[in-house]
Write a protein that binds this ligand. Structure first.
Ligand code: HAM
Length: 436
């Protein structure tokens, strides 16, 4: 509730949300574009769906009994009385878009999206976090699972992450899982007193949730619980085998984890998680996903097998920080225009250089030469382009290298773009000239 005192304070970002400012945001930019490139190479195209969806999409798709829908979803009633939710994840909205538009299959889509969950905020756990993900709809082929898992795993490797474990399991299908759930429920019933408070009376409602529970009590009971892998039907067993063979063929290390059930009801067969050994155990999952062959049908579409994953941007960057890889390296300007003749030259030259594909900056507010040169140095630019009264009158500019050498040359203004391209190519060491 907003009281008077709070009303007078400057508004702040809501608890559990965070701003991403420059230069940290340059890492986000690079992360998203590198993900777009990897996904694009594998034939995935960008999909953008609304942040708000009908509540019933998530109730039907993810399951009412799941924590995400039952306890964490941001729900709202709009001014027209519609029951809406801020998306807690990216898969159900993509499946909804598929049902609505019926694109040709296999339909392979990637996304970068915020997701909202009313969780207890802590390091690496937010109420608004951001995910990069892919979803591939329309094929039951286990090689598609391998493609999806390898995309996630290779992406982490390309960022330089080495302390990542890939955990794999199979959730079975609607024909074999119910039999296992009965056996599991009986196991849990016999050990009810040893479960955590939250699960003691509710384990029967959704016994698989107990396997996902992180409390020491439930973990202890789960450790000697029967394994779903022993109750798989022949088709699920073969599917799992083919996925494992595929990962081995591609040289992707993995470990089987029979307790990996994940928090959404839509999973069938393959489930996987990428965990960072460099992060705290409670928030060590940088990404996760799996197959969800029943989701499209559950939300009113035709039977459509599908598989995908989501990677948490904040988590993956925390893992990068912990491992000291993929640091912040915003692009530096190529040139910083120092104008000592009224400011009009800085206005015109920065525009000209930018149109020619060169990154150029300038100072504002008629600053002194010293102050402008200090800003040029701080900007990290390769060269300062200086226009004094004399250069302005003679139609020239001075170029001062900012590499500490003090080298300076004066050239005709018309030759500036060409000369800067040469200097930038030399400074970048690879001979490539921007905008050439
Ligand atoms: P998820 O495991 O709930 O899966 O989320 C994916 C990733 O998002 C997690 O591994 C984690 O890195 C990050 N994440 C989740 N919740 C938070 C949070 N509160 N704060 C920070 N990061 C978080 C899904 O959402 C599925 N839709 C993935 C999927 C796609 N399965 C099939 N296709």
């Amino acid at each position: 509730m907003e009281d008077d005192a709070a009303g007078k304070e400057a508004p702040r970002a809501p608890v559990g949300t965070h701003d991403v400012l420059w230069p940290e945001s340059s890492r986000w930019e690079q992360l998203v574009s590198s993900f777009a490139r990897s996904a694009g190479r594998a034939g995935y195209g960008l999909v953008v769906t609304p942040l708000i969806e009908e509540v019933r999409l998530f109730r039907r798709g993810i399951g009412e009994a799941s924590e995400v829908v039952g306890k964490e979803m941001y729900e709202l009633v709009d001014r027209g009385g519609r029951q809406l939710a801020l998306r807690p994840e990216g898969t159900a909205p993509v499946a909804r878009a598929f049902v609505q538009h019926r694109p040709a299959v296999p339909w392979k889509a990637w996304y970068a999206t915020p997701a909202f969950r009313y969780e207890r905020p802590q390091a690496g756990r937010y109420r608004q976090h951001h995910q990069l993900g892919v979803e591939a709809l329309g094929s039951p082929d286990p090689d598609l699972d391998v493609e999806v898992v390898s995309l996630a795993s290779d992406f982490c490797k390309e960022l330089g992450l080495q302390e990542i474990d890939l955990r794999l399991n199979s959730m079975g299908c609607l024909s074999c899982r119910p039999g296992y759930v009965i056996v599991l429920a009986a196991h849990l019933h016999d050990r009810r007193d040893r479960l955590c408070g939250a699960h003691r009376d509710r384990a029967e409602l959704n016994p698989l949730r107990v396997l996902d529970c992180k409390t020491p009590e439930c973990r202890a009971v789960s450790l000697d619980a029967p394994a779903l892998s022993e109750y798989l039907c022949d088709e699920c067993r073969e599917h799992a085998l083919r996925v494992r063979q595929g990962l081995e063929a591609l040289g992707i290390p993995y470990a089987m984890d029979r307790l990996l059930v994940r928090g959404f009801d839509y999973y069938t067969r393959t489930t996987f998680e990428l965990r960072s050994r460099a992060l705290e155990a409670a928030q060590d999952a940088v990404g996760g996903g799996g197959r969800y062959d029943g989701l499209v049908e559950a939300i009113g579409g035709p039977p459509t097998p599908a598989v995908g994953f989501g990677i948490g941007i904040e988590r993956v960057l925390l893992a990068c920080d912990a491992e000291g890889c993929f640091g912040v390296s915003p692009p530096v300007p190529h040139a910083f225009v120092v104008d000592l003749a009224g400011g009009g030259h800085a206005r015109d030259l920065t525009a000209e250089l930018r149109r020619a594909g060169l990154r150029s900056q300038r100072a504002f507010d008629g600053k002194s030469m010293r102050s402008q040169l200090r800003s040029a140095d701080r900007s990290g630019a390769i060269a300062a382009v200086i226009v004094g009264e004399r250069e302005a009158a003679e139609g020239t500019v001075s170029i001062r290298m900012l590499d500490g050498s003090g080298t300076q040359e004066e050239i005709r203004r018309a030759a500036l773009v060409g000369r800067l391209r040469e200097l930038v190519a030399r400074a970048s060491g690879d001979g490539s000239a921007p905008g050439a």
